[in-house]
Write a protein that binds this ligand. Structure first.
Ligand code: GLU
Length: 490
C-alpha cells in the first residue's frame, strides 16, 4: 500500500441475518478510523454465498447501522465511484480476474464433480490436486465445450507464507497446509476469498479491519493478492469477543443463552426494541477491545471520531458484559434532558397501548430518570398514571405486618387526611401523612404501602408523595375509595 494514499476502509457484511455486536463493533472501528483520519468508509454487501443469503437482511443491516449513527461515504444506497457495492453485481469482474490467474499459471480449471470430491474427502485433507496438471489447452477446450468446472488456486506446496498484521503482528502459515482452494464456483459465483480481495483492490481499500474469524484465511488472502502482483492492505484483525458470562467465543447461537435475559441480546435490533440508546451501545462497543488511555470511559460517537487510533486496539479477548451496557445506558439517560427522555419513552408507552398526555409525561420524567435502565422499563413505572382502571386483588393488601382490617383502617384515615388538605401538593401530602403515621403509631412504610398499592396496583412506584400529586386529587380519591370498598366487602 502506498502510505500517502488517502485512507479507505470497508465494512463488508454478508447478508445472512441480523447485525450483532461483533459485526457492529467491526463497522464502528472502521467508521471511526475513517473519521479520525479523514478517510472514506465503504459499505459493501457480500452476498455471493447464495446458500446463506437471507432476503431483506442487507436492508436491516443498513437500518441498524444508521440507527447506531454509523454512516458511510460509498455504498449500495449512496453509490460512489467504484459502484456497484453489492458483490453479486460484480461477478463478471470476479470471473475475469479468476481467468487472469489461470492465464498466468496461478490458478487452474478443475472438472472434478461432487461425487469425486466426496470420495476423496476421507483420504485427503482437502482437494488432492487431481486437475492441477491438466495442460492448459486441454482444459481450455473442456471449458469452451461447456463442461462444468470450478477455478482453483494453485497453492504453493513448500515454504511458508507470512503476513504482517497491525494488531496480531507476524502470522506465518506452512504452505503445505493450504489446499488448492476454489476461487470461482460452478454456479457462476466467486468464492468469498477471491471476491473480497478483488473488490478490496479495485475499491482501493488501504486497511482491512475485520473480525478475528478471518485470521485463519489470511494466508489465502495474501497469496491471492501476491499472485496478482498487487500490494497488500494493512491487515488489522480485531480481538475475539467472548460470550456474555465469560466462557468461550461469542457466536450468533449465543443470542438466546441464559446469560441473555429479556433485556439483553447480542442483536442490535433487539437492543433497539428494548429501548437502549444508540450512544450507550456505541460507548459500550467502543471499549470492547479498544481504549484511549486505560482511564477515560465515557465517550460519545462524536468524541470517538476524533480520538480513535488503530494502535490502541487490544489483541486480547474482550468479554461481552451486559452490566456494562446497562451502566452506560443509565449514565446516558441521566445526561439527557427531561424532554429527550420523554420523547424516547413515548414510543414504548404507545407500544403497550398507552397514549400519554405529553405534559403529564414530562412531569413524571424526573421521578423515573434515576430508576430506569432501558426506555422500555418506563412502561412498568408509568402505566398506572395513564390507565383508567387498575386491577388489585384484596389479598395483596395483607402482609406480615398488617391484616386486612388494619389496612382498611389505614386507608380510611389516609382518605380523611387527604380530603382535608388545602393544597394537593407533595410537600403538604408528605407532612400530613407523616404526622398521621405518628398519630396511629405506625412506621411510615406501614402507612404508605397500602396507599401505594391502592393508587398504582403495584408494590413499587416512583416516589409516592410526588406520584400522588401528579396523579391528582380526583384519581387518588377514587382509587383509595375503590380499595376501601374492596376491603369492606370481603
Ligand atoms: N463478508 C465477510 C463477513 O461477513 C467479510 C469478511 C471481511 O471483512 O473480509 O464476515
Amino acid at each position: 500500500m502506498n502510505t500517502n494514499s488517502p485512507i479507505r476502509v470497508r465494512f463488508a457484511p454478508s447478508p445472512t441475518g441480523h447485525l450483532h455486536i461483533g459485526g457492529a463493533r467491526t463497522a464502528l472501528y472502521n467508521y471511526l478510523f475513517a473519521k479520525a483520519y479523514s478517510g472514506s468508509m465503504i459499505l459493501r454487501v457480500e452476498d455471493t454465498d447464495r446458500n446463506r443469503y437471507v432476503e431483506d437482511s442487507a436492508k436491516q443491516l443498513i437500518k441498524d447501522l444508521k440507527w447506531l449513527g454509523i454512516n458511510w461515504d460509498e455504498g449500495p444506497d449512496v453509490g460512489g465511484i467504484f459502484s456497484p457495492y453489492i458483490q453479486s453485481e460484480r461477478t463478471k469482474l470476479h470471473r475475469s480476474h479468476a481467468e487472469q490467474l489461470v492465464k498466468i499459471g496461478k490458478a487452474y480449471y478443475c472438472f472434478c464433480d461432487k461425487v469425486r470430491l466426496q470420495s476423496i474427502r476421507s483420504k485427503h485433507k482437502g482437494y488432492d490436486g487431481h486437475c492441477r496438471e491438466i495442460d492448459a489447452d486441454t482444459a481450455m477446450e473442456r471449458v469452451t465445450s461447456g463442461e462444468k468446472h470450478t477455478i482453483r488456486f494453485r497453492s504453493p506446496k513448500q515454504g511458508t507464507t507470512t503476513v504482517d498484521d497491525l494488531i496480531r503482528k507476524n502470522i506465518t502459515v506452512k504452505n503445505k497446509q493450504l489446499e488448492d482452494f476454489v476461487l470461482f464456483k460452478a454456479d457462476g459465483f466467486p468464492v468469498y476469498h477471491l471476491a473480497a480481495m478483488v473488490d478490496d483492490h479495485l475499491m482501493e481499500i488501504t486497511h482491512v479491519i475485520r473480525g478475528d474469524e478471518w485470521l485463519s484465511s489470511i494466508a489465502k488472502h495474501a497469496l491471492i493478492i501476491r499472485a496478482f502482483g498487487w500490494s497488500e492492505p494493512i491487515w488489522c484483525h480485531l480481538s475475539v469477543l467472548t460470550q456474555p458470562g465469560g466462557k468461550g467465543k461469542m457466536s450468533k447461537r449465543d443470542a438466546k443463552t441464559k446469560e441473555q435475559d429479556d433485556n439483553h441480546s447480542i442483536f442490535i435490533h433487539d437492543l433497539r426494541n428494548k429501548g437502549y440508546h444508540p450512544e450507550a451501545i456505541i460507548n459500550w462497543m467502543a471499549l470492547m477491545g479498544w481504549s484511549l488511555d486505560d482511564k477515560q470511559e465515557d465517550f460519545k460517537l462524536a468524541d470517538l471520531e476524533k480520538v480513535f487510533k488503530l494502535e490502541r486496539i487490544n489483541p486480547s479477548p474482550a468479554a461481552v458484559n451486559f452490566s456494562k451496557l446497562d451502566y452506560f445506558q443509565g449514565k446516558h439517560v441521566r445526561q439527557m434532558s427531561d424532554r429527550e427522555v420523554a420523547a424516547s419513552v413515548q414510543p414504548f408507552l404507545r407500544k403497550s397501548g398507552i397514549v400519554p398526555d405529553k405534559e403529564m409525561l414530562l412531569s413524571l420524567v424526573p421521578l423515573i430518570k434515576n430508576r430506569i435502565v432501558t426506555f422500555e422499563d418506563s412502561v412498568e413505572w408509568l402505566s398506572f398514571f395513564f390507565t383508567k382502571e387498575i386491577m388489585i386483588s384484596p389479598s395483596e393488601f395483607t402482609n406480615k405486618k398488617s391484616t386486612q382490617e388494619e389496612t382498611l383502617v389505614i386507608l380510611q384515615n389516609v382518605k380523611l387526611t387527604l380530603e382535608q388538605l388545602q393544597e394537593f401538593k407533595h410537600e403538604s401530602i408528605e407532612t400530613e401523612l407523616r404526622s398521621l403515621a405518628e398519630t396511629m403509631g405506625l412506621k411510615l412504610g406501614q402507612l404508605l404501602n397500602p396507599v401505594r398499592l391502592a393508587i398504582s396496583g403495584q408494590k413499587v412506584s416512583p416516589p409516592l408523595f410526588e406520584t400522588l400529586e401528579i396523579l391528582g386529587e380526583n384519581l387518588v380519591h377514587s382509587r383509595i375509595e375503590k380499595a376501601i370498598k374492596l376491603l369492606e366487602n370481603i
